[in-house]
Ligand binder design. Sequence first.
Ligand code: FES
Ligand code: FES
Length: 909
Amino acid sequence: MFKRNLEINGVMQTIVTSPDAKLSDVLRKQLLLTGTKVGCGIGECGACNVLLDGKVVRSCITRMKNVPDYSKIITIEGLGDHDNLHPLQLAWMVHGAAQCGFCSPGFIISAKALLDENLNPTRDEVRDWFQKTRNVCRCTGYIPLIDAVMCAAQILRGEVDEKDLWKEVKAGDSIVGTEYIRPSAKDKVTGVWDFGADLGLRLPPETLHIKLVQAKVSHANLLSIDTSEAETMPGVFKVLTYKDVKGNNRINGLAFPSNLGDGLDRPILCDKKIFQFGDAIAMVLADTPERAQAAADKVKYEIEELPAYMSAPAAMADDALEIHPGTPNVYFVTNMVKGEEVDPIFETAPYVAEGDFYVGRQPHLPLEPDVGFAYFGEDGKLNIHSKSVALHFHAAMIAEGIGMPLDNIAIIQTNAGGTFGYKFSPTIEALLGVAAMATDHPVFLEFNMYQQITYTGKRSPFFINLKFAADEEGKLLAMKSDWTVDHGPYSEFGDLLTMRGAQFIGAGYQIPNIRGQGRTVATNHAWGSAFRGYGSPQSLFASEVLADMLAEKMGMDPLEFRYKNVYREGDTTPSGCAPDVICIPDMIDTMRPHYERAKEDVAKKNAQNNGKKYGVGLTLLLYGSGLDGADSAEAWVELTADGVTVGASWEDHGQGADMGMLVHSHEKLRVLGLAPTDIKLVMNDMNLTPNTGPAGGSRSTVMAGNAIGDACDNLVRALKKEDGTYKTYAEMVEEGLPLKYDGKWTAPKVACDVDTGQGDPFPAYMYGFLMSEVEVDLETGKVIVEKFTIVSDVGTVMNKLVVDGQIYGGLAQGLGLALSEDFEDIQRHTTLTRCGIPQVKDVPDNIEIIYQETERPLSFYGASGAGEMPLSAPHASIINAIYNATGVWMTHLPALPEKVKAGLDALEK
Ligand code: FES
Ligand code: FES
């Protein structure tokens, strides 16, 4: 131990700690300055950045022995607070720069150091600075962050008055379509927005810390587990194996009836087999995390290693073992049957194009690793706090497995530092439940980034073979599709995902005749979980790249090919139903002049012969808002003495559920003369909020929004007097009338049929039309996306900051999917950087968003969801642009520089 005297946020403090302690641990665990976040823990993300004597340091890799005595440290808490915001904090709010907010403190601290040095930076200088300080954001696409720094610099230079940045909203005024700041923003930019790890530091002293014993192989029979030595280790309270699980020890994957498995294939703790790398074999519970880890390292187990099937083709081989004995590795099949048989059409069609496509195992890469805790409440209920974005689903999926009646489980969402869909699946909920039940103590489990990356679900790869046939005029006649989904070892939602292939391969186009088949395959690679776009990035990649291939064969411009074939009145989707609105032709018309400009720019740049090639590529973007069929959601509102309280389980990945709940309720309630600040939100606690359904499939704006709208309508109706005025709270109380009103909305939709893929699955769709402009380095194969231009139609834009943020962030993730992101090599793809997370200079600072707002008929305010459309196919437009530039088709993602270079070399030969 040693002593340091440090001035922390202006206050001298004496700290006794180990010389090898990390500065981040001292700040967070000893001083409880939890505004400093730890994401990667190894110096790759900047979430932990603080100022040490005015210089930016990554506190997670700064040892205390390297922190000089009497040095000055500034953390986010030292910059400003709710009542005294630093201009950077204000600018961060005004520009919507805090989505999940996990990266915000680290970015703001880095920006402070920049502006201390240079009060008049250019945008490029800001980007260079953040690249140097290693700040990474997974949510925002970076542009709002650069905007915020430029704005703060203007404030500090005295060119802008802070007061002018606050837009006042008068009681009764609508905030729909405005840049109203999300309610959580101020907490996020001041560092007081607690994430799960922050709450974990404040749990009671009797809390037990969990560490997992995890499999180091991908497929094995588990022969024995020996916990004897671990149990004797200091501080250990208990070591748990499958024998301690009180239920059936299975997560319920909610399998479709036609699934050949029963959905009970994922053990909570391994019993007979290890199905993938990282599977949990045992849990150690001890008084500190360090002691739990030391004991976990002493748990021994014997295995019989089996062949590991690390891709769908390997698991489909004739001699492959059944990964789940008794269930074939191909355990679900769905067919597409629309219109006439297609083979005769392909035989006679004047134009046919065919291709093979692969979209891989994109990792979600939230900056906040998975985390949660559990305890029994006063009422005896098992409370589980986690990043779940599907509270009621997850309770149902774990109840039998852990052996707890469903109505005795309450899942509560912690503030989430990004999920992007991986938390649509339960991750640690069942482990927490088992641990709390076995020990009757509060229990806490926190993954590090390595565990987050290697042992949470991933986007499931699709192998797609696709064929289009078109007539002389370029009208699509037929499509034939075949897709294979590698879903890893666990089946949960694998059937639903495979159905997305039927719904989205070829979506956006009128294709009268379709035949196809998709199948779900168990493998030993990472289990498949939802990822933003859920099936559409794989599906649309195939159809949007093949669209360009076919257009080229016909000598048609790819924009005009799309214009000719996109949905118009009377057309039907691949699912055989009418689109919700007809809006794509107008979007293409809007894009056309931008496209002409881009083609001219590209031609000029290519004439330079500078060792680079430039290209432009297009794609449709498209996704449904909803689960599939008669989806429903519930909410409540309550009149209070101070205003109205709104309750719903509208889970927040960081996308802005708080803003969603506020804008939807306020728009209905403003007739009562309410300002947004008169509305209080109660969110995401099964003890308090009803089943609003999961925050997935971009369903929340439509489903939760309509349920909240219904509840508000019921309240407003109850308050309305005959003269058209409204009763007050006092009048309602005096008359003994109910103050709380429920709302519910069910989508009048029909799930797709497994045998034909036909149905009417979604209450609304979201559409985009995207153009990418790229530069390809002919020497290295490196691709730079110079600009995105997007025409977006997500119906009514309910909050512009939120929708802008979804579009920027989604496009950045699509860029990563196209060029760098992967989780294929389980030994190498283990950090944010190695998984290819886009850094600030990888994402263009030039993203032009053009909104078209076609009102959606089934949504109370005409809005669809917005979160998934921007990630549905940007990678297709980038790949089309690479081809336009070079003549190289990159049909297997990601298009890493060496793959592009190999393609260029092959062309030359
Ligand atoms: S750089 Fe420290 S947490 Fe990522
Ligand atoms: S807002 Fe940057 S990581 Fe979420």
